[in-house]
Ligand binder design. Structure first.
Ligand code: KG4
Ligand code: ZN
Length: 337
């Protein structure tokens, strides 16, 4: 029988407090997520100090609940994996300091995990046997990048956004249209009743030969359409909002699909994974699954957005590669992959 190995994952990089426990086979024994979306949506975005305070309130009760659910004591864990960056400074500090304290009290090894590497592992929760090399499209509120996974731990950034991340663009577009935060799910929902060809938004950087993204111009194009109604002292009719959402979503999706195709062409790698909050988007998921130029592995919907399972997976993999740390885990809000 293989020896038991339990990994506790902790994620607090932004506004979701996540805790999860994995067993030796990387099976999810339990996962808890406390979302602060309702708290922040009334402000139209994440308030960093408030997020940190909420993590402080939520984290230890979630760790207790997770251990109880798995019938484990803290000192029976074999590894604690915690997000150490990139993300919001205050939020990261709460997670890392808590993890350091637990690691010392329980005498359990601690490993710091790059949040982006965490997203990269999200599809592997289901696709356990997927081996590198593969390409990984990471599209979240803070990042839009394509990474070549040469091996686990050996990553090459092939391209990223020049300005806004795609999730950020969704959130800003939603704000322009008077929709709630976070904007991605709202636009996704309204786009279902809209015509994606009603507005001819530009597909950013579609025809360049670089793997690169830009979403700020698209947001401005949407703003102009909204202003046309304001100039005539009109509120935007509901059908037009749905059309704007569908057209905006089509433009973002086409930009992402065109560059993943370029990356496949340039590298010759036809295995693609994708992850990050924007991968919860129905149009993007469909476009990736229907693309015949590559085979794609996507995370379950609930593991596209921030969660602790992906952090535990990435930490466990890194630990297997010989990395671990205790007091040296350093918070770095702008950590790169
Ligand atoms: O990965 P994530 O939870 O946090 C970051 O690391 O940023 O991603 C959050 C982002 C937000 O910008 C949100 O609007 C976007 O993911 N998002 C979506 C959808 N669900 C969440 N964007 C488009 N369509 C969705 N269904
Ligand atoms: Zn994230």
């Amino acid at each position: 029988m293989t020896e038991k190995f339990y990994t506790l994952g902790i994620e607090t990089s932004c506004d979701d407090t996540g805790v999860a426990v994995l067993n030796n086979d990387n099976e999810v024994l339990c996962e808890f997520l406390s979302s602060q979306i309702k708290d922040h949506s009334k402000f139209g975005g994440v308030i960093p100090e408030f997020a940190a305070r909420k993590h402080l309130e939520n984290l230890l009760p979630l760790v207790d609940a997770a251990l109880k659910e798995c019938n484990l004591k803290g000192n029976e864990l074999n590894l604690i994996a915690v997000t150490c960056g990139p993300g919001l400074m205050g939020s990261l500090i709460v997670g890392v300091q808590t993890a350091k304290a637990l690691s010392q009290v329980w005498r359990v090894p601690l490993i710091g995990v790059n949040h982006i590497e965490g997203h990269l592992f999200a599809p592997l929760v289901e696709a356990k046997n997927l081996e590198p090399p593969f390409l990984s499209l990471i599209v979240s509120g803070g990042h839009t990048e394509i990474i070549e996974v040469k091996n686990f731990g050996d990553y090459k950034l092939l391209g990223e956004t020049r300005d806004d991340a795609a999730g950020e663009a969704y959130d800003k577009a939603a704000k322009i249209l008077g929709l709630n935060y976070p904007g991605g799910p709202e636009i996704d929902r309204l786009a279902k009743n809209g015509n994606p060809y009603a507005f001819n938004f530009p597909i950013p950087l579609k025809n360049t030969h670089e793997i690169e993204f830009s979403f700020s111009g698209l947001k401005t194009a949407l703003l102009w359409q909204g202003e046309k109604f304001q100039e005539q002292n009109q509120i935007i009719p509901e059908q037009k909002i749905e059309d704007l959402c569908a057209s905006f979503q089509r433009a973002v999706t086409e930009a992402l699909i065109s560059k993943i195709n370029l990356a496949v062409k340039l590298t010759g790698i036809k295995k693609v994974t994708a992850s990050g909050g924007v991968l919860a988007n129905s149009a993007l998921r469909e476009a990736l699954m229907n693309d015949k130029n590559f085979k794609v592995w996507l995370p379950e919907l609930k593991r596209c957005t921030d969660n602790a399972v992906m952090i535990a997976m990435a930490g466990r993999n890194s630990f297997k590669r010989g990395n671990f740390s205790r007091d040296e885990v350093v918070v770095n809000p702008s950590l790169n992959i």
